[in-house]
Design a protein around this ligand. Sequence first.
Ligand code: NAD
Ligand code: LMR
Length: 341
Amino acid sequence: RRMFAINSQKPNQSLPSKKSLQPQASYKVAVLGAAGGIGQPLALLIKTSPLVSALHLYDIANVKGVAADLSHCNTPSQVLDFTGASELAECLKGVNVVVIPAGVPRKPGMTRDDLFNINANIVKTLVEAVADNCPDAFIHIISNPVNSTVPIAAEVLKQKGVYNPKKLFGVTTLDVVRANTFVAQKKNLKLIDVDVPVVGGHAGITILPLLSKTKPSVSFSDEEIEALTVRIQNAGTEVVEAKAGAGSATLSMAYAAARFVESSLRALNGDDVYECAYVQSDINELPFFASRIKMGKKGVEEIISADFQGLTEYEQKALEALKPELKASIEKGIAFAQKKP
Ligand code: NAD
Ligand code: LMR
């Protein structure tokens, strides 16, 4: 395996000095599935973070070239590549944040649950390695169906005796990114100001934007609420259909996942950070639920319940309607992980 270090460059006046390439913090981030549609642009965005000192890229193939390419960016982090199961343990040693976008994406006509049979095994195997090699890391699960893969990851970590519910996250940031974009467009708001909490899960009707909690406060007609809610819930399918067989969201997902990585690193670095994520939760009777969370050095510090007070009738009904599907997806994941081989 090759190691790409920015410091190995020869001194050159046109390059920034070595000093300016020191990271502001020294966190190690691993991306598992780094050669894929999400993995590559995500790795690029993480490479630009001043908080990262090492970026470990793992895939079953094609990762050497991605690492060689990225390593030429004059940003502080060292890029290391790891190919195949025999290099996975080394990839994970000493890592603070592990991001998992490994797995197959949807094609038109498929639901996220149709990916279960392939992706459940991939996530199980990768999380077993995380448990063995960096049990203290924040774990970000992107692989679909997130509603089931996060419970699978939790079970695997429990079986290994290292489950820390504060450090396991299903990445739902893309739902928030989409909600913010669509609401700003519809209401002609400055994008930078708009923040919509999205709760529940990450598939179809389990994705529930709480439009009544939009910041800045904004009023919607019933028709606008219905149209925006449905568009946010179907936004993944919108991209799958536009790509017409060539996969699902990769660039917007990389953007969203990079935001969640940066938030996690800021939390590890001592900031209080708020994001939506799908986590173990006591917000209602379901064991996993997406909501706004406060993150700190130890992971989830608080599940924000305030968003669930004063819901509109539309949101209340949608919240009750999503629970059976989400419950079934959680139970499917747990049953898979508990199944004897
Ligand atoms: P892709 O096929 O382009 O890339 C997947 C990568 O995973 C490939 O490079 C492949 O080699 C790798 N891979 C497969 N098995 C592996 C294993 N055992 N170990 C390590 N790597 C392995 O797919 P993509 O477009 O990057 O999507 C990846 C996953 O992310 C899909 O399941 C997709 O549904 C999901 N996704 C989730 C969200 C979300 O909001 N959470 C958004 C978009 C996509
Ligand atoms: C998304 O929301 O874009 C992802 O979950 C990918 C998909 O299958 O829609």
